[in-house]
Design a binder for this molecule. Structure first.
Ligand code: F6R
Length: 243
């Protein structure tokens, strides 16, 4: 594991952008897996603000890490819809260069298995960028997830359902109970490099647990330590070095 403590969120985002650009330079038709959430927003801004961005991404395909089951991209709570607005449109990446599980597929488990097969057939993911969940989750791989888990439908942890419900209450009410997520096994087996981004003082506790603990399903993020190459980028606030 390579650990990089960055002086600020901006510096973290800049370093993450360099990792993405290096992956694209290495393989112009790379698969790049990306999360949603607050943490990657700075990275997404860095990636989209360069006028050369669409050109740089021309051959690349984005793999979406997770989505709510049954939610279409045009619905307001869709994670993929959010990813499109925050990143994909700016990079001029259409649906033909987006790999994801169709959230309204009539057989979601078969669609999950098909995504894993496609990732494998395309030679794996050049770079997988991840955020650290407050309980150590990765995507929708909640505590208790096996290290060899495939891409699948999951019931969200009660804590995640509750925090989502609070968020969506103000936006017309919505309580997702099930999600689709790339499995920990899929991520570990098929990612050439994994970049775990950790930002903010509210992540300091879980980040310390992540650093101290050996790989265990109790904190899914610790399973990433078994990856062939894991780069952890944390800002000083998450590392407990500043307020
Ligand atoms: C989002 C995802 C989640 C988040 C995690 C951290 O696609 O997979 O695992 O990365 O919950 O979220 P933020 O970045 O909002 O703190």
């Amino acid at each position: 594991m390579e650990l990089m403590i960055e002086s600020s969120y901006d510096a973290l985002s800049e370093s993450a952008a360099r990792l993405v650009e290096t992956a694209l330079a290495r393989k112009s038709d790379a698969l790049i897996c990306l999360p949603t959430g607050h943490t990657p927003l700075g990275l997404f801004r860095k990636l989209t603000e360069s006028p050369k961005a669409p050109e740089r991404w021309r051959g690349a395909t984005v793999v979406a890490l997770d989505e709510y089951l049954g939610v279409r991209p045009e619905q307001p709570h869709s994670l993929i819809g959010w990813l499109r607005r925050e990143l994909l449109d700016g990079l001029e990446i259409g649906n033909d260069r987006l790999l994801r599980v169709d959230p309204v597929h009539p057989e979601p488990s078969a669609a999950c298995a098909a995504l894993d097969r496609e990732i494998e057939e395309r030679g794996g993911i050049e770079l997988t960028v991840l955020g650290l969940g407050p309980n150590g989750h990765i995507g929708f791989n909640e505590p208790g997830t096996a290290a060899d888990s495939a891409t699948r439908v999951v019931r969200l942890a009660e804590a995640s359902i509750a925090s989502n419900a609070a968020y969506w209450k103000a936006r017309g009410g919505y309580e997702p109970e099930y999600g689709l997520t790339l499995g920990m096994g899929t991520i570990l087996r098929h990612s050439k490099t994994i970049a775990l981004l950790v930002s903010g003082a509210h992540k300091a506790d879980i980040f310390q647990q992540f650093l101290r603990q050996s790989p265990s399903p109790a904190i899914p993020a610790t399973l990433l330590k078994q990856a062939s190459r894991l780069i952890v980028l944390a800002d000083e606030a998450a590392a407990g070095k500043s307020e």
